[in-house]
Design a protein around this ligand. Structure first.
Ligand code: ASP
Ligand code: MG
Length: 404
């Protein structure tokens, strides 16, 4: 069997954790399996590097930031190769350049285009464990790129697809995918299985277990994933196309605090206004989420939308730049202390009243809803960030997701 295993930052956070992972890899190797391992940077290393960069130059170019960030993963794979060596397991570490992981050219948010598997295959044939840096690639200018925060999951899935691996296991510091973040909802329970679509909604909603592009890719290439703990032997959660058990109405409740609302007030009520507004943002790669437009009155209208909090300053600067020109409006309002809370479930497609039930749960605990958005299998509300814990627990309880 060819197995791809990915270990996140906390799983390789210090010497003991590195040896813990090395022993798990050694076990797999000794069973006669071919093992490809993708690693993240140790602990909070990526954050530390980013903070260092900010101290030197708050406006550092994205190219140089990527050049800096790729070092984190290289430390992990090299140290892991050394740890495996002490256990008598032949291993080799490779970075994105050595493997040849080709990406698009956008620094900081590149997409994997093609992976050359020859080098990896040769190393596997030579009976080595292959340790690959997660999160990074190389673009057409032969520069390093990164895949966006949390991107190592995507590296692992892409490798599993390219190598036609028999299994792709994502090891993390939690036991699997939960009905809610157990740090916020203590009664949350682990799911045995979840569909790609549900997982996609949960990932992009900030459930934080898997990088959303990794799930997109897993779905596209039919790579079945297992999310499990690196710290114990519990079974984990399988992420796949369809789940066998009867579909629950709601599988999980997620929240995302990295969100901010921008309201553009007093825009002209004319064709093309929304196009111009969102086109300016798109051209600068600012992703927009929930969008709400008011009913036009007296020739004006308001458009409000959410962006990632990290993108807020850039988004506002872009809008301000165009205010004098193509985007005339009365004012731009910004609100940071907001969060998204969402319920996700493949079962809600065929059931009425799911949204109402969520709103009732929020009403029960006196939480006001600022914005609402839905998809076939998801309902999202924007609320005050201060109310997130209360709201999550109330909604989780309402849908009887608790383990007791
Ligand atoms: N080290 C990178 C990050 O912290 C990538 C990853 O961990 O997946 O975002
Ligand atoms: Mg992660």
């Amino acid at each position: 069997m060819l197995i791809v295993k990915k270990f996140g930052g906390t799983s390789v956070g210090d010497k003991d954790r590195i040896f813990n992972v090395a022993r798990r890899i050694a076990e797999e190797y000794k069973k006669g399996n071919e093992v490809v391992v993708v690693l993240s940077a140790m602990g909070k290393q990526t954050d530390i590097l980013l903070a260092q960069a900010r101290e030197i130059n708050p406006n550092a170019s994205k190219r140089e930031l990527d050049m800096l960030m790729v070092t984190g993963e290289q430390v992990s794979v090299a140290l892991m190769a050394m740890a495996l060596d002490t256990l008598g397991i032949p291993a080799i570490s490779l970075n994105a350049y050595q493997v040849a992981m080709h990406t698009t050219s956008v620094y900081g948010n590149a997409r994997l285009k093609r992976i050359d598997t020859e080098r990896i295959q040769n190393e596997l044939e030579a009976k080595r464990v292959v340790l690959v840096t997660g999160f990074q690639g190389v673009n057409k200018f032969d520069d390093y790129t990164t895949l966006g925060r949390g991107g190592s999951d995507t590296t692992a899935v892409a490798l599993a697809a390219a190598l036609h691996a028999d299994a792709c296991e994502i090891y993390t510091d939690v036991d699997g995918v939960f009905t809610a973040d157990p740090r916020i909802v203590p009664t949350a329970r682990k799911l045995e299985e979840i569909t790609y679509d549900e997982m996609l909604e949960l990932a992009s909603l900030g459930a934080g277990v898997l990088h959303n592009r990794s799930v997109e890719m897993a779905k596209k290439y039919g790579v079945q994933l297992v999310v499990r703990s690196s710290l114990n032997l519990s079974e984990g959660t399988v992420v796949k196309e369809a789940v066998k058990m009867e579909k629950m109405l709601v599988s999980g409740v997620a929240c995302d605090k990295n969100t901010a609302r921008i309201a553009v007030i007093g825009l002209e009520d004319q064709p093309g206004v929304a196009f111009k507004l969102f086109n300016h943002l798109a051209r600068h790669n600012v992703n927009v989420d929930i969008i709400l437009q008011s009913v036009g009155r007296d020739g004006t209208k308001d458009i409000s939308f959410t962006v990632k909090e990290d993108d807020l300053d850039e988004a506002v600067a872009i809008l301000e730049r165009h205010r004098a020109g193509s985007l005339s409006c009365q004012k731009i309002d910004v609100e940071c202390e907001v969060a998204k809370v969402s319920i996700v479930g493949a079962g809600m497609m065929s059931n009425a009243g799911v949204a109402a039930k969520m709103f009732e749960a929020l009403y029960d605990v006196g939480v006001n809803i600022k914005m609402i958005s839905t998809s076939e299998i998801r309902v999202t509300v924007l609320i005050d960030e201060a109310h997130v814990d209360k709201a999550m627990n109330a909604v989780h309880e309402k849908f009887s997701l608790s383990h007791i």
